[in-house]
Structures are given as structure tokens and as C-alpha cells.
Design a protein around this ligand. Sequence first.
Ligand code: NDP
Ligand code: MG
Length: 386
Amino acid sequence: MKQLTILGSTGSIGVSTLEIVAAHPDRFRIIGLTAGRNIELLAAQIKQFSPRIVAVALKEDVPRLERLCSGMDVKIVGGVEGLIETATAEETQMVVAAIVGAAGLVPTAAAICAGKDIALANKEILVTAGHLFMEMISTHGVKLYPVDSEHSAIFQSLEGHRNEDISKIILTASGGPFLNTPLDQLSGVTVRDALNHPNWSMGKKITIDSATMMNKGLEVIEAHWLFNAPMEKIDINIHPQSILHSMVEYVDGCVIAQLGTPDMKAPIAYALSYPERVATGIQPLDLTTVSGLTFFKPDLEKFRCLSLAYRAIQEGESMPAVMNAANEIAVEAFLEGRIGFLQIAQIIESTMDAHQAHDLHSIEEVLHADQWGRTTAREISKRLTN
Ligand code: NDP
Ligand code: MG
């Protein structure tokens, strides 16, 4: 029986994780859950999974959750300290890091320091503080399992092989809803168009990241840290069908890939049950019914966010954290209808132009760079819309 805590249980990954837990009550038990603002859903999850402890992001939401859960045997805490207490709950063996954005940094770091294995969905953690997190993972001797579908595919394609035999890691990308939209029409696309992802159903932020292809930029950085791979060995192939989830090419010319119906329950289940596999209820893949698998290079001029991610990687140090912060602010502004789609890249670029990259030695310093990026991006966004 594996004892789990889910950070971000009310999100898309959190809910899919709980579906797997519900299907395998003999294997998994929920110890802790955390949410942002969706108190009603969290209350329903408490009723179904009986965690010992739960946390909400804001202390002011604690009394409302207590009312919804009156008579239930659960400890309810709030704020960053509450998230940390839940992330480090003693009986927990594995923490599923599924908060969106840099907000997941502190509780996930606390879980690692408390010796918990990590199933990682929250890619922004490795983007902003990859070197610190990988160091913490090794210092505390914990295991890190990727949940992101591409990274799970790479993880599976690497099994039984030597790192020195890798010649290339090839991340696939669907290309998002605007793959075939000409650049001159991108300025007029709406929030609804951008949220209409062709293959995956996900939270809003990552869905917009997929439309701008910033998501793939974040994933290149994520792969760099997870697999200790130099940037020049990581390629991107657009693969609109999202059937082949990523691949590894070896020095002998052999390529090993992982394929499957696009459903996040597969990589989540593998992270939870590794090295075993459990049933997920996913539709089996029948390649004879797939009309064709195609692969081509991304258009870096059209998807400016992807080039900005490469620039952040090159400049290194605090630049990826600042880029990530600016992206979070710009995506939020787009979702709220305050800026147009192409202004997302504009805000990120101007924020990066204003930043002088510097070394980051601690999580506090990462949070400081993150705050600087947010404040600067907000000012730039205001200027753009005035
Ligand atoms: P969602 O937006 O659906 O869920 C995010 C979760 O984080 C929710 O539980 C939300 O709470 C919580 N949350 C948000 N802000 C805060 C905060 N400030 N403090 C504490 N908790 C907070 O996101 P996804 O599930 O789509 O994505 C989660 C992570 O996984 C992201 O990093 C994403 O890039 C990554 N990922 C997601 C995939 C997917 O298919 N969805 C695929 C691959 C990676 P609430 O809703 O209660 O406010
Ligand atoms: Mg992915």
C-alpha cells in the first residue's frame, strides 16, 4: 500500500490522479490533499478519500472548508505553512506535485527535504530552480518520477540503457490549436480558440502554454534537468496526432519511443506504480485506425515563446525563472481578456530584456527572481494596454 499526498488535488492532474487511486484502493491510500480556491471540490474529495490532513492555499478559506467537513476526522490547515505541513505529513511516501506554476516550489521542496519520493507534474519547479531541485533530490536520496507525458515517455525509453549511449532526446509536441493558423491571423485569436486544444484536456494555464508553445520550451528545460542532458542533445518534433509521446535516439542509430492513446492517466499511473504497471481504463491504441503519424520541425518565428525559452536557457542563471514568472503573468492577462494572444510573447520578451541574469543559490533567491519577473511583467502589461 503506497501512501500518497497530492499537492493540487483539485486540478486536472490532481483529479486524474485520484481516479487512479479510486480504481486501486488495494494499492494506494491518500494521506494528504491540497487545493487553491476550489473548496467545494476539495470537500467532496475529503468525503471520498478520507485524508488525514488537507491544506488550502489561503488561510481565510479554512473556516469555510471546516464548515463543509464538519464531523469529519480531518485536520484542515491553510497558507504556505499549511501546504508545507501537508506536503511533509509523516506517513506519506510519495508526493504528487501537481500545483500549477511557481506556487509549487516551496511545498515540493519541503516534501523532498522530508524524504518523500516525488511524482512531478509541476514542471515550472525544474524550469525556475532545476539545479537546486536536482541537488536536493540527490542529497535527500529521494526518487523523482516524471508525470509530464513526454518525460514519462523518455523515462520509459531510457530504461535499461546507459546515459552515455544516448545521442538525442526527441520531445514531441502536438503544435496546439494554432499549428495551422497563419502568423498574421494569430493577433485576432480569442481565449476560447486558444483553450480549444486538439488532443489533450488540461488546466487553463498549460493549455495556453500549449497554444503559444511555451509549454514545449518549459519541457526542454524540464528534460535537461530530469535526464541530465545537454540542451544540444534535445530536439523537438511537431507530431500533431499526439500518439508517440517522445523518443530517445541511441549512438547505434536505434530509436526507442513510447506510444499510446493521449490520456494523462497513463503517465500518472506509471509514476505512482513504478516499476509495476496498473490498469488505467485507457482506450488501447489501435494503430490500424490511426490515419497517419507525421513529424516535422517547429516554426520558431511563429511560436516566439519557444525561441524565448531557448534564449532563457542560453542566458541561464535567473533568466528561466524570470521568463517563467513573466509567462505566468502574461497568460493570466490573456485569460482575463486584458491582452491579445501575441502580446504574451511581447510581455515575456520585454521582461527578459529588462533582466540581468544572475546566479541563484537558494529557493529564497529563486522566489526573489520570480517576484521581480512578476512585478516587471505586470508593469509592462499595463503599459501595453494603456
Ligand atoms: P490546474 O490549473 O488544472 O490545477 C492546478 C492545481 O494547483 C489546482 O489544484 C489549483 O487549486 C492548485 N493551485 C493553483 N494555484 C495555487 C496556489 N497559489 N497555491 C496552491 N495551490 C494552487 O493545472 P493542471 O493540473 O493542468 O497542471 C498542474 C501542473 O501539471 C502544471 O505545472 C502543468 O504544467 C503540469 N502538467 C499538466 C498536464 C495536464 O494534462 N493537465 C500535463 C503535463 C503537465 P484550485 O483549482 O483549487 O484553485
Ligand atoms: Mg507535456
